[in-house]
Ligand binder design. Sequence first.
Ligand code: URA
Length: 434
Amino acid sequence: MKIIDVIEKKKKGNALTEEEIKFFIDGIMKGSIEDYQTSALLMAIYFRGMNIDETTWLTKYMVESGETLNLSSISDNIVDKHSTGGVGDKITLMFLPLMAASGIYTAKLSGRGLGHTGGTIDKLESIPNFRTDLSIKEFKDKVKKHHTAIAAQTLSLAPADGKLYALRDVTSTVDIIPLIASSVVSKKIASGANHIILDVKYGSGAFLKTAKEAEELSKVMVEVGKRLNRNICAVISSMNQPLGRAVGNSVEIQEVIEFLKGNMEPDLKEITYTLCLKAFEKTGKFKTKEEAYKYLDKIILNGEALEKFKEIIKSQGGNTDIINDYSKLPQASIKYEVKSKYTGYVKNIDALKIAKACKNLGAGREKKSDSIDYSAGIYLTQKFGEPVAKGETIAVIYTNKKDQVKDAEKMIVSAFEISDTEPRKKSLIYKIIN
Ligand code: URA
């Protein structure tokens, strides 16, 4: 078989066979296919697409390109949750302690952020001494002992995805459903969980802009996961406005702790509880949703979930004093209050603008090698539907970059849409694909 024939076939819009896809992935891993040939095939896929069989084979051979974590010695009921990424998205950090406190095993490998704010791993690393560079053995031992662990995604899992993603990133071939689906699902399958819950976002602060695109991607990911014998579902939700009030790294950790202390922002509660309920349903923990919902409220109010979060921090070497003393988290030298220009109700807060402002304040990175200022971020004192008076504080900027404050202020003011009438509240959840 020759790669040029495979490229030619896809260029003409024909479906590839399983053997051709295996040949492609093997060639990438062995180095017998050059980057320019891989790039040409990626572009042909971009324009010609892939059917569900091709997407499934691509996913399968990406999984087989590296190690697969075997967690079956711990339990047959291990849950993984994956978000396609959003602004202020700290849901994993509430989901894991809630699951662990409920006796459900979760094993979470997560990425660093390459966007406007840090990823989950960056947020956790804002906790002094918190270790995310766990070996596979440490990771498994901790899952067994504490019901959960979270570590940085290792390169040994689905390494073909790492190679393909690096080329997609520089050849404008990231935003195409079969390639996104195979990339996400291959990493989830290689991570070893048998129940996978995908948290798929759409909107201004998300990778996919419309609910229709998110639904299309979700359907493909769920079908591929099922064909590869995983119990998988996708929860699709709006990411037009930031999740919660905090956007950044250590400010988000503070918001997670407040949530676990019972001070739950309604949007965070809606998404977190929906994902927890899906996990309960998959593992058969409760008979009814009402029972499950009440249980979650109970373990938050009696402090069990917070205690679990503390246990996770301790098990991964972090300073647990942060639970009751936020001054132990990285602190920015500048704290600046942004005031409203109008009186009315908050009708919308553009997630993308808040995210861009956050990045300029130091909370995100442009290149993988960039460092992050864990203390930088934005706290939204006013949120959707809340009344606001002209001159009142709508957000607080945290940064060490004095020269960025004015630009961030302008961006935040322009992100806020204020209306004369109180907007109607809507559920963030668009659809669940089972
Ligand atoms: N996230 C991934 O892991 N892969 C993609 O292709 C896009 C988003």
